[in-house]
Write a protein of this length. Structure first.
Ligand SMILES: [Ca+2]
Ligand SMILES: [Ca+2]
Length: 101
């Protein structure tokens, strides 16, 4: 493994877009980078982003990493991971409580 001097560790390892959220956008970013690399272009990622994009840490950024991040984000959205601070919450429970009582 290359040991780059990471200066952006405040972001989650999977947060390729560096917006403090791991979601389908990150997977899409990885796919875009993968397509760029596959066509001989620049990945469009910074070194730090590239490391995050390499989800399975095999040194390459490709569709496998995109699917890995997509699964990760789905699990996080479903509350299967510890740090799920998803703002999506049911807000209509109060009415139900009223009628149950
Ligand atoms: Ca993100
Ligand atoms: Ca990879």
């Amino acid at each position: 493994m290359t040991s780059l001097n990471l200066s952006a560790e405040e972001y989650a390892l999977e947060d390729v877009t560096e917006d403090n959220k791991v979601n389908a956008l990150d997977a899409a970013r990885v796919l875009t980078a993968s397509a760029n690399i596959g066509s001989g272009q620049d990945s469009g990622l910074t070194d730090a982003q590239f490391l995050r994009a390499d989800y399975n840490q095999d040194g390459n950024v490709n569709a496998s990493d995109a699917s890995g991040i997509l699964v990760f984000s789905a699990e996080q959205g479903a509350g299967l991971t510890e740090n799920s601070d998803s703002p999506v919450e049911e807000t209509q429970q109060d009415d139900d409580d009223f009628w149950v009582k």
